[in-house]
Design a protein around this ligand. Structure first.
Ligand code: NDP
Length: 337
């Protein structure tokens, strides 16, 4: 039998945490034959709620769940974890300046970085979900220098999945027949959802939509004409808050599982996904930012897809979101000093 994998979820008593932990315990993240031990961290005011979540996990009798650690102690939470999903974060409240939110969150990520560095299992993979996700991940990376850069990432898979969903709805094809959209840059409204390299399955086979065929023109125009594809994806989070009066927890949790599953178990042949990872300067994105790129994964490691042609309009959008991340990085550092 396989050894259990220890998975940390911070902010586990929150909305996303509540949707995420049962998915992990059911094998959605690591596969149906991988036992797990859940480590759940939250802050003291949420301790009672966290214990309630633990009780529900017991009551659900998940066969793969071999243990639950529910704690407000960051060291206990991080000890020996193989995967860390960082959902806990200070929410932006009305009237708060961007800098105030940033300042709260960089302080949290700095201290959690030290705990992970000292106590997590070797080769622990980290996924940051809490906003500002890219910059929180960057701070975590900088304050956990012994964790390899390759092991720290942030979530843009929800945006990626939203883009797949929009293409599917607009072309009226099953979402499983759509692939290779890209989210470039920041998990914010400057992100660039790019369908220039996407493809859909047609009866004639897989169709890269940039091929100049008649069928293809209809693909492009359908996506473009049916409303504003890019802004729909960018503003989807706000639309869900408006409809649900709560943010998008189900889809955020599901996409966090997709992110880790593909990272650990690999992406299918010919398919890439979007992950916020440490830039090595690919596509002329400034090195040293956590930026969302198209990646393929194999043997537990991601690789940025190289050589995709970038047109002039896309170039501008790639640069704009990089500029925002550079500013956020500076702001984060000014909060720390
Ligand atoms: P959620 O579980 O809804 O969200 C958690 C974080 O994920 C937020 O930063 C949120 O950003 C971010 N996020 C990223 N993508 C999405 C998305 N698609 N939809 C919604 N959120 C997204 O928040 P809750 O307030 O319910 O839970 C937060 C938990 O964190 C609480 O249990 C709280 O106790 C804990 N917490 C921990 C702290 C710490 O570790 N020191 C400090 C403060 C809180 P955004 O705010 O932009 O929506």
């Amino acid at each position: 039998a396989k050894q259990p994998v220890r998975v940390l979820v911070t902010g586990a008593a929150g909305q996303i945490g509540y949707a995420l932990v049962p998915m992990i315990a059911r094998g959605v993240m690591l596969g149906p034959d991988q036992p797990v031990i859940l480590h759940m961290l939250d802050i003291a005011p949420a301790a009672e709620a966290l214990n309630g979540v633990k009780m529900e996990l017991v009551d659900a009798a998940f066969p793969l769940l071999k243990g639950v650690v529910a704690t407000t102690d960051v060291v206990e939470a991080c000890t020996e974890v193989n995967i860390a999903v960082m959902v806990g974060g200070f929410p932006r409240k009305e009237g708060m300046e961007r800098k105030d939110v940033m300042s709260k969150n960089v302080a949290i990520y700095k201290s959690q970085a030290s705990a992970l560095e000292k106590h997590a299992a070797a080769n622990c993979k980290v996924l940051v979900v809490a906003n500002p996700a890219n910059t929180n991940a960057l701070i975590l990376k900088e304050f956990a220098p012994s964790i390899p850069e390759k092991n720290i990432s942030c979530l843009t898979r929800l945006d990626h999945n939203r883009a797949l969903g929009q293409v599917s709805e607009r072309l009226n094809v099953p979402v499983s027949d759509v692939k290779n959209v890209i989210i470039w840059g920041n998990h914010s409204s400057t992100q660039y959802p790019d369908v220039n390299h996407a493809s859909v399955k047609t009866p004639a086979g897989e169709k890269p939509h940039f091929l100049p065929s008649t069928e293809d023109l209809s693909f492009t125009s359908l996506i473009r004409l049916h409303g504003e594809f890019i802004t729909t994806v960018q503003q989807r989070g706000a639309a869900i808050i408006k409809a649900r009066k709560l943010s998008s927890a189900l889809s955020a949790a599901s996409s966090a599982c997709d992110h880790i599953r593909d990272w650990v178990l690999g992406t299918p042949e010919g398919t890439w996904v979007s992950m916020g990872v440490y830039s090595d300067g690919s596509y002329n994105v400034p090195a040293g930012l956590i930026y969302s790129f198209p990646v393929t994964c194999r043997n537990g490691e991601w690789t940025i897809v190289q050589g995709l042609p970038i047109d002039a309009l896309s170039r501008k959008k790639l640069d704009l979101t990089a500029e925002e991340l550079t500013e956020e990085k500076e702001l984060a550092y000014s909060c720390l000093s």
